[in-house]
Design a protein around this ligand. Structure first.
Ligand SMILES: *Cc1c(COP(=O)(O)O)cnc(C)c1O
Length: 459
């Protein structure tokens, strides 16, 4: 008999979680203004809001924390992290920041000015926020297959070279500070970018004299997909694949809360000393001195170890197979989800799930609320609320897809928890025809409204 797959770790510490009743949850979500970000964590049984900063650290990481050096300048923890980043990514210069958006803030303060154009593959919301905040424009050049939820394309994070070249041709070089390649592409469903595409984008960028910046939050998961899906990489280690990926980037912003497997942290990686110098000024102003920039020594140590563990095949296999496990369960129940299943989350097609709810009534948010009420599972809307308003016309932007994202924290839940999530969603699926009312916005912030929006049930 073939031995079944099992996790590549065992547990040494646990954290109790509590189930609640449907009545409790109905009251809690109403008090939370139907915004799942407003729930207290103990009102949630299984929390799939995000895989960002929610992972479990290993014994090696906790041990590394005890050796943290909290010196203001030149701490050994800084050098541990610097060495890890140089070894894994090949960047000789780096700046620590408190998280990914802080890295964006520092780097974009250095490089992005009003009226600039920043092409890329489905920019992440904070990335887009930091571009638009500077009155520049993010242009999405992702391949069309990314927006077809059933397309079996193996690299739906790829950049469409024709779309990219059109942007590069239409604007002067000075108004395009860099091209962003998001690996994996969070906003299009945790879908990977192929090595071939990275290589081609870099070649085109070189031809136009424009640098390439990788948004690296899930770089290791991207490397795992390259190993499994792209010809010529099966026998390469994840670390070898990552090394090659970063020969096609001039710089990177990183949210270490994802594939760094730490609870807080980020960094900028750079090849150019001149750019490092310029960015250092902003890092000192916004984050902290250049050898800690928003991170404590112990956290830099944990990240150095996390980057090493996070680029090991056994760890990535355990992680991504769990995401697949949940996705395949939902498929077996007939629930419409994005395929192929992404690296960090399962994305449920809310428009297909709840055809009676109009997009103007926030259909993916409606589904997220129903799943919470059903099973105490917290997912997140990736739809019209997140897409926000057009900065000029102030009209709602209606994205092609309305998705409920179920993001799986790293090394936190077991497949039994995944069974509960799937059964909860199946119960909502079975009564989907009775769900006929969506939500209206009662109050919203001028930018990144989804975090704080106040909703009320439609009449
Ligand atoms: C999470 C994320 C960010 C922002 O990082 P934070 O640590 O949340 O500030 C940027 N880009 C991508 C692709 C991300 O997933």
């Amino acid at each position: 008999m073939e031995l079944p797959f099992a996790e590549s770790y065992k547990m040494k510490m646990v954290e109790p979680i509590r189930r609640s009743t449907r009545m409790e949850r109905e009251q809690w979500i109403s008090s939370a203004n139907y915004n799942l970000f407003n729930l207290k964590s103990d009102q949630v049984f299984i929390d799939l809001l995000t895989d960002s900063g929610t992972g479990a650290m290993s014994d090696r990481q906790w041990a590394a924390m005890m050796l943290g050096d909290e010196s203001y300048a030149g701490a050994s923890s800084y050098y541990n992290l610097k060495n890890a980043i140089e070894k894994i990514f090949g960047f000789p210069y780096f700046l620590p920041t408190h998280q990914g958006r802080a890295a964006e803030n520092v780097l974009f303060s250095t490089l992005v000015k009003q009226s600039d154009i920043v092409p890329g593959n489905s920019h992440f919301d904070t990335t887009k926020g930091h571009i638009e905040f500077r009155k520049a424009t993010a242009v999405d050049c992702t391949i069309d297959e990314a927006f077809d939820i059933d397309s079996p394309h193996l690299f739906k994070g790829d950049i469409d070279l024709e779309k990219l070249e059109n942007v590069l041709r239409a604007h002067p070089r000075e108004s395009i500070p860099f091209i962003i390649v998001t690996v994996t592409c969070n906003s299009s469903g945790g879908q990977p970018v192929s090595m071939k595409n990275m290589r081609e984008v870099y070649a085109m960028a070189l031809q136009y004299g424009i640098p390439v910046c990788f948004d690296s939050a899930r770089f290791a998961e991207n490397a795992y997909f390259i190993k499994l899906r792209e010809e010529g990489y099966r026998d390469k280690s994840i670390k070898e694949i990552v090394s090659e990926m970063y020969t096609y980037a001039d710089m990177t912003t990183m949210s270490s809360k994802k594939d760094g497997i730490v609870n807080m942290g980020g960094f900028i990686g750079l090849r150019s000393e001149e750019l490092f110098r310029r960015a250092s000024t902003f890092n000192i102003m916004f984050e902290g001195y250049i050898t800690y920039g928003g991170m404590s020594g112990r956290d830099m140590n944990a990240l150095a170890t996390g980057l090493d563990e996070g680029t090991e095949f056994e760890y990535l296999e355990t992680r991504i197979r769990q995401v697949e496990y949940l996705g395949n369960l939902l498929i077996s129940y007939g629930i419409p989800i994005q395929k192929p299943i992404g690296g960090h989350a399962v994305f449920v097609d809310a428009k297909a799930f709840l055809p009676k709810i109009k997009q103007e009534e926030y259909v993916a948010q409606t589904l997220a609320i129903e799943l919470y009420k059903e099973a105490g599972v917290r997912g997140v809307e990736i739809g019209t609320l997140l897409a926000d308003r057009d900065p000029l016309t102030r009209e709602n932007r209606y994205p092609g897809l309305e998705l409920l994202r179920l993001a799986i924290p790293r090394r936190v839940y077991t497949n039994n928890h995944m069974d509960v999530v799937a059964a909860g969603l199946k119960n909502v699926w079975d009564r989907r025809n009775e769900i006929t009312r969506g939500y209206n916005i009662a109050w919203e912030a001028p930018i990144m409204r989804h975090f704080t929006v106040v909703l009320e049930k439609t009449k």
